[in-house]
Design a protein around this ligand. Structure first.
Ligand SMILES: Cc1cc2nc3c(=O)[nH]c(=O)nc-3n(C[C@H](O)[C@H](O)[C@H](O)COP(=O)(O)O)c2cc1C
Length: 197
């Protein structure tokens, strides 16, 4: 089977992991590839927080989901909420643009400067979800099983991570090892989802 086809057919949400830990280097490789994800205006408005200790506490924050407390590592994808043309973060990105720096900054000004913090978070979160899809597929390609976790107490998670208010938790992914066979995919048919005009 083609490489990507194999991943799409067989990646699944794993909810029971072995106790064996994943090598930290493998986690780094997964994040290193995930960071190549495309993003609107190439802003890369994310941070990846890897948690390998205190997973019991994280599991509790994720409404006691055992696939979090029993995982090897969890990744919290954080959405940036400081997308303003005057922010240091944007200025640093602008510096890397040899051409079109002024145009870039005026684009950010027109896109971001009038948005509320919630709107900025929503905009950044869309990009984080793209990274999320890549992350779980990359992990699978490296023999690492995963479960996407959208069920968490955002306030408690923000407090637990304590990274400042320019970053907001978007989604959690638990990662671990398992020998379990991929279950049969249950999905709508192509006819159900395809509209061809
Ligand atoms: C945004 C999002 C949030 C999710 N949150 C949870 C969650 O909190 N707990 C969980 O066990 N699975 C969660 N899932 C996994 C879905 O239940 C799962 O992807 C879906 O049932 C399809 O199954 P599959 O991933 O095995 O193909 C989430 C998936 C997505 C995309």
């Amino acid at each position: 089977m083609e490489y990507i086809e194999n991943i799409m057919q067989n990646r699944y949400s794993c909810r029971e992991y072995k106790t064996k830990k994943i090598d930290d280097e493998v986690i780094k490789e997964i994040i290193n590839l995930t960071r190549l994800t495309p993003s609107s205006l190439a802003l890369e408005p994310w941070k990846f927080v890897v948690i390998s200790k205190n997973l019991d506490k994280l599991g509790e924050i994720c409404y006691n989901q055992s696939q979090v407390s029993n995982c090897s590592h969890a990744v919290v994808i954080m959405a940036r909420t400081d997308l303003k043309s005057t922010d240091e973060y944007i200025m640093n990105i602008a510096k890397t643009r040899l051409r079109g720096r002024d145009k870039f900054l005026s684009m950010i000004a027109s896109k971001a400067d009038k948005k509320s913090k919630d709107e900025l978070e929503g905009y950044a979160s869309l990009q984080c979800y793209m990274a999320l899809a890549n992350l779980v597929n990359i992990a699978y390609s490296k023999g690492v099983k995963s479960c996407i976790i959208g069920g968490f107490d955002k306030e408690k998670l923000t407090k637990f991570l304590n990274l400042g208010d320019h970053l907001s938790p978007c989604i959690v992914v638990s990662l671990g090892l398992s020998d379990k066979e991929s279950p049969k995919k249950i999905r709508k048919s192509l006819e159900d989802v395809l509209i061809w005009k």
